[in-house]
Ligand binder design. Sequence first.
Ligand SMILES: [Zn+2]
Length: 193
Amino acid sequence: MVLPIFGYGYPLLKKRSVNIDKNYPDLKILIRDMYETMYNASGVGLAAPQIGKGIRLFIIDTSAFDNEEFELNSGFKTKSVKKTFINPEIINESGDLKLFEEGCLSIPNIRESINRKSEIKIKYQDENFNIHQDSFDGIVARVIQHEYDHLEGVLFTDKISPFKKKLIKGKLKNIMTGKVPVDYVMNFFKNQS
Ligand SMILES: [Zn+2]
């Protein structure tokens, strides 16, 4: 089932999410619905707060970037990784800082260049709550960093300069009030009772 994606302005998007355990109700269905929602919106990552749940869970699928053209334009080595991260904890970020233009399904029609380190080490649990520790780089690290930020209550618009933030203030307000064209289902903050 495709779930509505919560737009910029919802207080939940600015809150730190909480860990879950095996007893979290209907987790398998939730994860399946999140993949469906992400693909329906042509996204490469989706975090639980974006569908209105303040829990430490996100998914990624970077296969859309797995082509030569992207590699040439971005300077990133591409790699397809489809993975579910539960209770993740970034242990270390290293490597060069790299600027890359990011977007977000909760903040449609805005893209900004964000500086992030190029390598990460992350500990997380999979769908079966088995513990893993992996290192990622390139576009995969970038997508994970963006989704991980969602669990910390941080949006990419929090990472731009005050000057740039001022420039997009009007656009952000339009997203809050639903005055933005999107081709997927969203919950806009104005609809909150
Ligand atoms: Zn996002």
